[in-house]
Design a protein around this ligand. Structure first.
Ligand code: ADP
Ligand code: MG
Length: 211
């Protein structure tokens, strides 16, 4: 399938909608094992991103992702701002100046984004962070696209896997980020960043459905 600038705008709008609708929920999750700002952070970032997309009207997928990345980097503090900022900046770099990308390009951009998250945050799978959703989902995407599947074909499975990985953070003890300060008391709570990452992949899939 072909992903053009309309697709990426739709993706950002859907992701922003999930972050807006779940601002309180994400904040409650973060209140349990962090400082209770993840929903506030992400909603502010998404709102700033939509404003910038509206005022600067970027034309290519790469420009759209860069606009969002810059908006997140400049408006969101804490851990999540730089981490999600890196996601969008790395994807922008991977797309370059192309006016559309294909499945394999989208997947390799997501791989670059995951590398960016891991370089910056130094977290591995099992540390109870957004990496617990990102790594298995990106690996699943990569394997399937390499075997000739298309993203639309596997989207339902991608969303189900992301949800499963998000829930699998509940029994883990946090080893990175603010939640790690709690030690064993971080066990029994779902990681907020894994939850916003679930919305990220769900939005990527839902944006395929059209307007
Ligand atoms: P802060 O922890 O600075 O208040 P947020 O509350 O916005 O920032 O984001 C917290 C989320 O960021 C966590 O739930 C976790 O998923 C993610 N996170 C924190 N530290 C790391 C890290 N080192 N690597 C990957 N993700 C991280
Ligand atoms: Mg926080």
């Amino acid at each position: 399938m072909i992903y053009d600038s309309n697709y990426f705008r739709r993706f950002v709008e859907i992701f922003a909608k999930y972050l807006r609708e779940n601002k309180e929920y994400l904040t409650q999750l973060d209140a349990a094992i962090g400082d209770g700002d993840h929903g506030i952070n992400m909603e502010r970032g998404a709102r700033t991103a939509l404003e910038r997309l509206g005022s600067t009207n970027p034309k290519t997928p790469g420009e759209i992702m860069r606009t969002v990345g810059m908006a997140l980097l400049s408006s969101v503090g804490g851990a999540a701002g730089p981490l999600y900022g890196t996601v969008f900046m790395r994807m922008s770099l991977a797309f370059g100046s192309r006016d559309h990308v294909e499945d394999k390009d989208l997947i390799s951009a997501l791989e670059q984004a995951l590398l960016g998250i891991k370089e910056l945050g130094k977290a591995e799978v099992g540390d109870k962070t957004m990496v617990d959703v990102w790594e298995p989902v990106v690996n699943f995407l990569k394997e399937n696209i390499e075997n000739g599947k298309t993203l639309p074909e596997i989207c339902e499975d991608v969303v189900a896997l992301a949800e499963e990985c998000m829930k699998a953070t509940i029994p883990l003890q946090a080893r990175k980020g603010r939640a790690s300060y709690l030690g064993e008391r971080s066990i029994g709570h779902q990681d907020p960043g894994a939850t916003s990452s679930y919305y990220f992949f769900r939005s990527l899939c839902e944006a395929i459905g059209g307007e």
